[in-house]
Unconditional design. Structure first.
Length: 176
């Protein structure tokens, strides 16, 4: 496959319509793997991305060719205690301290979504998106970055393992 020239950059307001369309493709892909990932009928990715672009706790990157955006990465800062919490939950806990259970508590980076359109995959675009996000996390003093992968999504698991991610915690579910 011919290599594509791609620029990785921070997303802006002008990217919201294409990000919303790519995010829907991303969700549809996951819904094929597990129906629990089917988006709610009233889900509005435009509102989500508008909020994210206004947050200093979020990194939203796009991969762009000369013609179009072909991928995105969505990550954020969490504060580990030992379960990830949002900045505001972390701040409330600092204002009303509780006894700590675990000896650590640090800033955690979390990459919730990384998506490259199928026609542009296997050309290093996902890796470049992740590398740019990791740089942003380092600038914020992040000590660890976490991702989530569906066990049945073997291609994604292999991608993240090739980038140095390793299993940390197994979460399980069942119906009551």
């Amino acid at each position: 496959m011919k290599e594509i020239s791609v620029t990785i950059r921070r997303a802006g307001q002008q990217d919201i319509p294409v990000l919303a369309a790519l995010f829907r493709q991303h969700l549809e892909y996951h819904a094929q793997i597990d129906e629990r990932y089917t988006p709610a009928p009233d889900f509005d990715p435009v509102t989500l991305f508008r909020r994210c672009l206004n947050s200093s706790q979020v990194i939203l990157l796009v991969a762009e060719t000369a013609e179009e955006v072909v991928g995105f990465l969505f990550g954020r800062l969490l504060f580990e205690e030992p379960e990830p919490v949002t900045f505001w939950q972390w701040l409330r806990r600092r204002l009303r301290p509780r006894p700590r259970i675990f000896k650590y508590g640090h800033i955690l980076g979390y990459i919730s979504d990384c998506f490259v359109v199928p026609s542009a995959r296997r050309q290093g675009i996902g890796r470049r998106l992740v590398e740019a996000a990791l740089q942003w996390f380092r600038e914020y003093g992040v000590e660890e970055v976490e991702i989530g992968v569906l066990p049945s999504n073997r291609a994604a698991g292999a991608f993240w393992e090739a980038l140095g991610f390793e299993p940390f915690r197994l979460q399980m579910r069942r119906q009551p």
